[in-house]
Design a protein around this ligand. Structure first.
Ligand code: B12
Ligand code: SF4
Length: 453
């Protein structure tokens, strides 16, 4: 949303824009305070029911037009509801600019004009209209660098898991899309073909944030930052030229099949501190099903050893509840966790229930099994839904699933102990107080609240 807001301001000269990043009650009150003409809501799939509720509350208290954007409506436009005026499908910047211009020029949203704007979903009387597909912006360098007045830094300092390791985190985007097509992957469906910002543009943003906002740790949100060795080489060169090497550090997403000594040396030089992987499964059969033939369990193990050798923290995700997954496959994932612990891997490990997101091949399978539908309780698609998991293989009972899941959960506490140790090293008194109060301990002794990075 911050990117959309910056785009509207820089490309359309729209000035009176506010981005509100808050909890539900604050969202409602803070938004209404501004008496907006147009309210935009961004929602992932798990938040869609909440977005509908929020829009209903806005309706009761305001005459503003309500636009829904983001992952959910983009990947399942058919689930559009009349409580919204318009849905924006896909990349939001250009579509929203055209919408705003149309609103200004026509003194409101007029159906005939809306039909000419690509990438929209709306109702014309009772008929659902989905306009022509919006092509993605060709060059990401045409999208202005996010103006950080539109982001809520406090949310990232306090809310993300990375903050446990690196207290002040700036999120940066250097690319959109991923060259792979893992069967469960929502971002690869959402972004399509990979586009990358120029290296100069990336370093310029980082430099600015470092010099003007004293940010020195950057979490790169790209789906697969390490997909181009050449580009990392270039980034290192430009960081060196700008005298930034060693002054700032990074975390990014990786894929085990791309890991080797050469890339580790480059990432080390760039001062990457943490690499996050979708290890997904310790079972060759399940891993190949999820991610295709390009990757193996051996690649996952090799990556762990490489990270340990070069001193990278590891962020690892394991998926359970996969189609075709039997108890013995889950046991293999447990063995993989044992391997990480035996190798004294540092970082975090998270276990999620495979979540069928709209638009992915897994969504279609789940639909065929009657597990999901185009109109469902979207809260069920929580990555942490292990009380009522949507298991895609009916051979494994919920009881068996829960039992093995609990065992694995116990094991990954090993990783969370390290988070506490780090906290203790940073601020012993505060950590002791927290431990004694019991307040946030549960957050670390269970994985229920963990986010995906
Ligand atoms: C960084 C990140 C986070 C960060 C920041 C989240 C945030 N609120 O922005 C943190 C770590 C906090 C996070 C948490 C979660 N995340 Co996250 N996250 C990402 C990641 C890696 C990048 C997101 C990003 O910044 N993209 C760049 C910007 C420019 O893109 P964008 O936000 O999608 O916005 C564009 C369009 O969607 C659209 N748009 C978006 N909103 C709106 C609104 C309007 C009005 C309009 C017009 C357009 C519009 O326009 C934008 C510009 O083109 C993505 C994967 C990915 N590569 O996209 C996952 C991803 C979005 N996260 C995901 C999930 C599930 C979550 C969690 C629910 C996980 C959990 N713990 O259960 C939480 C929810 C937290 C929350 N309340 O928001 C899923 C969503 C899947 C889906 N189909 O719903 C993704 C795709 C990853 C995945 N597992 O597949 N996440
Ligand atoms: S490698 Fe990661 S980002 Fe790319 S398609 Fe697979 S899961 Fe998605």
């Amino acid at each position: 949303m911050a990117s959309v807001a910056t785009y509207l301001e820089k490309k359309g000269n729209f000035k009176n824009i506010k981005v509100i990043d808050a909890t539900y009650d604050d969202l409602l009150n803070d938004t209404l305070k501004y008496k907006p003409d147009i309210i935009g809501i961004g929602a992932f799939t798990v938040h869609y029911s909440q977005a509908i509720k929020l829009a209903n509350d806005f309706r009761k208290n305001s005459n503003a037009k309500i636009i829904i954007g983001g992952y959910h409506i983009s990947t399942l436009p058919i689930s559009f509801k009349t409580v919204f005026d318009i849905g924006v499908i896909g990349e939001g910047e250009q579509t929203m600019l055209e919408l705003m211009k149309s609103f200004e020029k026509n003194h409101g949203f007029k159906i005939n004009y809306l039909k000419k704007i690509n990438g929209l979903v709306f109702f014309d009387k009772n008929k659902l209209i989905i306009t022509e597909k919006r092509e993605n912006i060709k060059s990401l360098d045409d999208i202005p660098t996010i103006d950080r007045k539109y982001t809520n830094q406090k949310y990232y300092d306090e809310g993300s898991d990375l903050a446990e390791w690196f207290p002040k985190v700036a999120l940066i985007e250097t690319a959109r899309g991923c060259p792979y097509n893992c069967v469960f992957c929502s971002p690869s469906v959402f972004w399509g073909k990979t586009r990358m910002k120029s290296v100069e543009n990336v370093v310029k943003e980082v430099k600015q944030l470092h010099e003007e906002k004293a940010m020195d740790f950057f979490a790169i949100t790209d789906d697969l930052f390490i997909c181009s060795k050449e580009r990392i080489k270039k980034i290192v060169d430009v960081l060196e030229k700008e005298n930034l090497l060693g002054k700032i550090s990074f975390a990014c997403f990786a894929r085990a099949n791309l890991m080797d000594d050469e890339i580790c040396k480059l990432l080390k030089k760039m001062n990457v501190k943490m690499l996050s992987f979708g290890f997904e499964s310790g079972s060759e059969k399940v891993l190949k099903y999820l991610k295709g033939p390009s990757i193996s369990v051996e690649d996952n193990r090799r990556s762990i050893l490489l990270c340990n050798k070069y001193g990278f923290l590891v962020g690892g995700n394991i998926l359970l509840g996969n189609p075709g997954e039997k108890i013995e496959d889950m046991k293999k994932s447990e063995e993989f966790i044992d391997f990480c612990i035996k190798e004294r891997t540092k970082g975090y490990m998270a276990i999620f229930v495979l979540t069928p997101f709209p638009g992915t091949p897994i969504w279609e399978i789940a639909k065929k099994h009657g597990k999901v539908s185009d109109d469902m309780d979207w809260e069920q698609l929580r990555l942490q839904n292990w009380e009522r998991p949507l298991l895609l293989d009916d051979d494994v009972s919920i009881e068996e699933f829960t039992k093995i899941f609990r065992e694995m959960k116990k094991k990954i506490r090993y990783f969370h102990r390290q988070v506490w140790m780090n906290k203790f090293k940073r601020s012993p008194l505060r950590t002791l107080k927290l431990l004694l109060s019991g307040g946030r301990i549960m957050k670390y002794l269970t994985i229920d609240k963990r986010t995906d990075i």
